[in-house]
Design a protein around this ligand. Structure first.
Ligand SMILES: Nc1ncnc2c1ncn2[C@@H]1O[C@H](COP(=O)(O)OP(=O)(O)OP(=O)(O)O)[C@@H](O)[C@H]1O
Length: 906
């Protein structure tokens, strides 16, 4: 059972009075004790005993009873089969696992074995958070990974590490990687699995449980024996049909063990059905920009602080038009690269499409019609596909816009960037024959389920057409019979009707019934039913036609299902080339979307190289910029940031001071976001950008309390600061926002001071450091590679005006009380705060530690805060008003009075 959901207690042992059905239920349930058992009975999945109690609570459905067991009522609840997906989704979202148990034989065959025999049933699938394939259970625009975690055997003098193997069984994507244990949280935050498998030896490790929980995944313990590297290697080779795995990467024993655990679990949950497997991809340490979990959360890369996609960087830049394209974009944004050539090749593709607006529009228009090929193929492979999934293969190529093919033909080998050329080649290599035969076979409009029939075109199969003609022809003959019978009997109101009990029958009113029950008609019409106002008859002719219709319909459906199975077989035979084409379309969509973004939002191509430069001109924050635009207020003010060789004095560290609310955090984060965007292959919101490739990105804010984890603000800050100081390299980019604020002033200042010195001397990373400790500006003057910057504000009539411009130099004061006033702090508190501040600032403007409350930040101010010590007459008058007690007229008069006061004060 995954964490988080209540575990149903074990089923009772079969009692002496157990019916054969309950005995069967209990046997299957005890083999699947950790799952809720969906036990198929006719048109329902039923749940019994404790499963029923738990599920009825979780789903809000009625709990009933069915028979007795051991003298007690058996609790029961059920969900209709046709609506099962909806209920499954709700159970999975609550952390349950569900074993789906189907009838595996025809009830008629069971009856033949004797009156007491039960229909055979078996579990056909375990539904768990990490093994979903149904459209209705998945987010179309996000991957759903199942990840197996394996702790690598400890090596002397080496940091402990672990291997991760992940599969998205809804697309077949398979990835393996090894990470240091300290990087595991970041890696889980990057992959964002729905479910994590761990060996049962690791399942008790509280730290591992916590990490998995924090990644938002369900944890599933698996027998340790499943993580067997020899078995993993063998299984993978067999599945891929290769003699050696070398072509896919150099997998370590630990990675093979993780792969083994993963594949075994997939086999168990899919009960023998083999999902598609793309060739495994090995992610090599160092090839990706390392971003830890805290940084991902802090920069709101895929989720906003509220936990939603809306408001995140991903949502702000996503212009894809297909679900597969959206997944591609999400993966790339989660895993920016450190490979300079690769990043530049990706930027070439975006640049090309950015420079060809007509082609881009044509491609995007055509892609809108492209179906989700990867997920359709995965469902077909697992035997869960329907006609619509075949339909997806049929229109793999959205009708190619002429400009696209012409353009590609013209530029083939002539400057079409490498990445786009690769896509064109994959699309060209996709089998055309299968598409044509599907187009010939399938109707335009397709049902979801094959068992509904009616999806094969007329003219595709002679036999099928014949049976359909017989079925439909007989229906017409039946319709004609009504007139014949009415003429023959002289009963004008005679009707031929149909219901499930009688099949086709003749119906007349009670008044006319005697006509049919007397000779000569009594020979033809056989009495079946007398209702209040009507009498019903059958005839041998109707019965015979009905039998013909039923058998023709059954036969037609059987033929359709045969054809369906053959077409599925053909499609799966070409699955690899089709998948490659599907992946190509997803990539194309994501490149065209990034180009669209660049054009729409005025982003530029960053220059990416191996230097240690970070130089951006007029850079903007993608989310804040879009928010401001929506608010229709003033626009976003772009800001430069220069670090490394291009900074003039070789500045690596920028100490940013400035009032609250001035835009410091925005400035810090936007630069970190530019690194992520650029290395993910996107253009960036700036006038120009030059970024020397970054290996690790850190972004920290003086944290809020993390009470759930039992750590104080300060402890969290220090743990995170420690991880940066221990890991950041010369190639890293570090953003620290008010680190040290969580403790007493001088302690915090001293720690911030020492951390800055360490970053300067030892880590030598590129660093943006925002602080309210004005003392740190002196440090920037002292350190060779540090400089000060501040965010400009203007004072106007005792108000503060934010200019949002980052300029060289240090802030002269904090304006904290001004901001507090903006926030609506009561006037007496503001007045008192002004007095305290004045006191503190006396004696050469330097506060004495003994005079300070422990957590009051230090600010060196050159000017007193004018007007803040006492509220103005206007403020006093305003404060004295009580709007609730005023009539509209009084309110209007008060407004005029205030306005006059304002004018006389000015
Ligand atoms: N460059 C900019 N152009 C326009 N508006 C901006 C800019 N930067 C910030 N803002 C606006 O100012 C608000 C506050 O910015 P931010 O949170 O970065 O300030 P801060 O200096 O970090 O404040 P504090 O010190 O209180 O944390 C933002 O939400 C945004 O609306």
């Amino acid at each position: 059972m995954a964490d988080g959901a209540p575990t149903p207690s074990a089923p009772p042992a079969p009692a002496a009075d157990a019916t054969p059905m309950i005995a069967q239920y209990l046997e299957i349930k005890s083999a699947n004790a950790d799952s809720l058992l969906f036990y198929r009975m006719g048109d329902f999945y039923e749940m019994f005993f404790d499963d029923a109690a738990v599920a009825s609570r979780a789903l809000g459905i009625a709990l009933t009873k069915r028979g007795k067991h051991g003298g007690e009522d058996i609790p029961m609840c059920g969900v209709p089969v046709h609506a099962a997906d909806d209920y499954l989704q709700r159970l999975i979202a609550q952390g349950f696992r569900v074993a789906v148990c189907e009838q595996t034989e025809d009830p008629a065959d069971a009856k033949k074995r004797g009156p007491k025999s039960v229909v055979r049933r078996d579990v056909v699938r375990l539904v768990t958070p990490g093994t979903l394939t149904e459209e209705s259970l998945l987010d179309a625009r996000a991957h759903n990974f199942l990840t197996a975690l394996f702790r690598a055997p400890a090596k002397e003098n080496a940091e402990p590490s672990c291997a991760l193997a992940s599969i998205d069984i809804s697309t077949g994507e398979l990835i393996a990687a090894s990470v240091r244990l300290s990087d595991l949280p970041g890696e889980l935050a990057r992959i964002k699995p729905g479910e994590v498998l761990v060996g049962d030896d690791m399942a008790g490790d509280a730290e591992i449980r916590r990490l998995i929980d924090e990644a938002g995944a369900a944890m599933t313990p698996s027998p340790r024996a499943h993580f067997d590297s020899v078995r993993g290697e063998r299984a993978l080779k067999e599945r891929l049909g290769v003699a050696a795995l070398d072509a896919f990467g150099d997998f370590t024993r630990a990675e093979l063990a993780a792969l083994a655990g993963l594949l075994t679990y997939v086999e168990i949950t899919q009960v023998g059905r083999a999902p598609l497997l793309r060739p495994p991809r090995k992610e090599i340490a160092g090839s990706l920009l390392v971003i830890d979990a805290a940084t991902r959360a802090n920069l709101e890369l895929a989720r906003s602080n509220q936990g939603a996609r809306a408001g995140s960087l991903l949502a702000a830049i996503d212009r894809t038009v297909t679900a597969a394209g959206a997944r591609e974009l999400a993966s790339r944004l989660a895993s920016p690269s450190t490979d300079i050539d690769l990043v530049n090749a990706r930027l070439d593709a975006v640049a090309y499409l950015a420079g060809e607006p007509r082609l881009r529009q044509a491609v995007r228009e055509a892609l809108k019609a492209a179906p989700d090929l990867a997920r359709a193929l995965a469902r077909l492979a697992l035997g869960r596909g329907g006609p619509r999934d075949l339909g997806a293969v049929r229109c793999r190529h959205p009708r190619r816009p002429r400009s696209w093919s012409a353009c590609v033909a013209r530029r083939r080998g002539l400057g079409l960037p490498r990445e786009l050329m690769g896509i064109v080649e994959r699309l060209a290599a996709a089998p055309i024959g299968i598409e044509q035969s599907l187009a010939a076979a399938l109707h335009e409009e397709l049902p979801v389920n094959a068992r509904d029939g009616g999806f094969i075109r007329k003219g595709f199969n002679g036999d099928l057409d014949e049976h359909r003609a017989l079925r439909d022809g007989s229906r017409q003959v039946i319709a004609g019979l009504q007139a014949t019978y009415a003429d023959a009997t002289g009963v004008k109101g005679l009707k031929v009707r149909h219901n499930n009990v009688l099949g086709y029958f003749v119906e007349v009113t009670a008044l006319h019934a005697p006509t049919l029950t007397k000779p000569p008609h009594v020979e033809t019409f056989i009495h079946r039913q007398t209702m209040a106002n009507a009498v019903r008859f059958s005839t041998p002719e109707l019965a015979e036609l009905e039998a013909r219709i039923t058998s023709a319909a059954d036969r037609a459906l059987a033929l359709e299902l045969d054809i369906f199975a053959k077409l599925v077989g053909e499609v799966l035979g070409q699955e690899q080339a089709l998948s490659a084409a599907g992946a190509g379309l997803a990539e194309l969509d994501h490149y065209a979307a990034l180009a669209e973004l660049a054009a729409e939002e005025n982003y530029v191509r960053p220059k990416i190289d191996g230097s240690l430069v970070f130089a951006v001109d007029e850079a903007r924050h993608p989310m804040v910029e879009q928010n401001l635009r929506r608010g229709q207020g003033a626009g976003f003010i772009g800001n430069d940031c220069r670090l490394g060789e291009e900074s003039g004095g070789g500045t690596r560290i920028l100490v940013v001071t400035g009032p609250n609310m001035a835009g410091k955090s925005t400035f810090l984060r936007q630069n970190a976001l530019l690194v992520v965007l650029a290395q993910a292959g996107s253009f960036v919101p700036a006038k120009s950008a030059h970024i020397g490739i970054v290996d690790r990105l850190f972004s920290r804010v003086g944290a809020a309390d993390d009470l759930a984890r039992g750590r104080s603000t300060f402890m969290v800050e220090m743990v995170e600061t420690a991880s940066i100081l221990n890991q950041a390299t010369e190639r890293s980019f570090v953003v620290l926002d008010e680190i040290g604020r969580g403790t007493a002033t001088f302690d915090g200042l001293s720690i911030a001071w020492a951390a800055l010195e360490y970053l300067h001397e030892v880590n030598r990373s590129r660093v943006l450091f925002a602080t309210h400790y004005h003392e740190l500006t002196a440090l920037a003057d002292k350190l060779a590679h540090a400089a000060n910057a501040t965010v400009e504000v203007k004072e106007w009539r005792d108000e503060i005006v934010f200019l949002y411009r980052v300029v060289p130099g240090a802030a002269d004061r904090s304006y904290g009380i001004h901001v507090a006033k903006l926030a609506g702090l009561p006037a007496p508190v503001l007045a008192r705060a002004g007095e305290v501040l004045n006191e503190l600032e006396k004696a050469d403007g330097r506060p004495k530690p003994t005079d300070l409350a422990d957590d009051l930040p230090l600010f060196q101010a050159t000017k007193p805060a004018p007007g803040l010590s006492e509220p103005s007459a206007l403020e006093q008058a305003l404060g004295a008003l009580n709007p609730d007690a005023m009539t509209p007229k009084e309110a209007l008069e008060a407004l005029y009075r205030l306005k006059t006061m304002l004018e006389s004060e000015a």
